[in-house]
Ligand binder design. Structure first.
Ligand code: FES
Length: 264
């Protein structure tokens, strides 16, 4: 059986000034996932290695990390597949594992997701229903159901959030995870807060802050498309004339600058 190197970015705030790399040797087995390799290292080689995981079945979202510089879930990533990818260092038979970027590291592969959850809560991702629930069912078109289905399987792992270059520089941006939840509520015929939600979408840290880089699409382990949902939300807010005066002025200035530079 081939041995491979698992190179892990480690950081212990009690003893390290900055992150450091540590290599471990693991036998490559076609059945193993990257999470299995981490478990093996922790139980047989180094009990101090720290990471999150729970369900092992791509349900809880707690095991999101960066493997070979790409965000994803380690519980569903086959170790063999990770070895066959070209690693960040280009080293043969080496898998590199790092914590999710753009979030403070608590220890080793565990990041502080406080801001991520605060933004999620700020969009009130739950249904706010009418007081008197009607006796008849709420109707939706098949297209609306399909659109919701494509967003509903989000497991809040943070892979999209920490792949977003806007988040890297601006933690006030609501973020792809929370905007995807807003999309679900805006599409939901039972929800009564459409006006307030459209205001939130149109504010300075809402959908118009997205730079359309679309890293979130490639990062999502569930194959969802937060970028498309954000575009749809932006269009809804525009159609509802929800763009704030300040934002509209900035957009006008930007358009004028682009036109001026194009005519030079
Ligand atoms: S351990 Fe739950 S998603 Fe990976």
């Amino acid at each position: 059986m081939t041995n491979i190197t698992v190179r892990i970015k480690r950081f212990n705030p009690d003893t390290d000034d900055k992150p450091r790399w540590q290599d471990y040797t693991v036998a490559l087995d076609t059945e193993k996932t990257v999470l299995d390799a981490l478990e093996e290292i922790k139980s047989e080689q180094d009990g101090s290695l720290t990471f999150r995981r729970s369900c092992r079945h791509a349900i809880c979202g707690s095991c999101a990390m960066m493997v070979n510089r790409k965000n994803g879930l380690v519980c569903t990533k086959p170790l063999k597949e990770a070895v066959e990818e070209v690693g960040f260092f280009g080293a043969k038979n080496t898998v590199t594992i790092e914590p999710l970027p753009y979030l403070p590291v608590i220890k080793d592969l565990v990041v502080d997701q406080s801001v991520f959850w605060q933004q999620y809560e700020a969009v009130r991702p739950w249904v706010i229903p009418v007081e008197n629930i009607p006796t008849k069912e709420f109707r939706m078109s098949q297209a609306e159901v399909d659109a919701m289905n494509r967003a509903e399987t989000c497991i809040m792992c943070g892979a999209c959030y920490s792949s977003c270059p806007v988040i890297a520089g601006n933690k006030s941006y609501i973020g792809p995870h929370a905007l995807l939840k807003l999309f679900l509520r805006v599409m939901d015929p039972r929800d009564t807060e459409i006006e307030a939600r459209l205001d939130q979408i149109a504010n300075d840290n809402g959908a118009f802050r997205c730079h359309k880089v679309s890293n979130c699409i490639g990062a999502c382990p569930k194959g969802l498309n937060p970028a498309q949902a954000i575009s749809a939300l932006g269009n809804m807010a525009l159609r509802a004339n929800k763009l704030s005066q300040a934002r509209a002025e900035r957009l006008k200035t930007l358009i004028a600058q682009v036109e001026a530079s194009a005519s030079e």
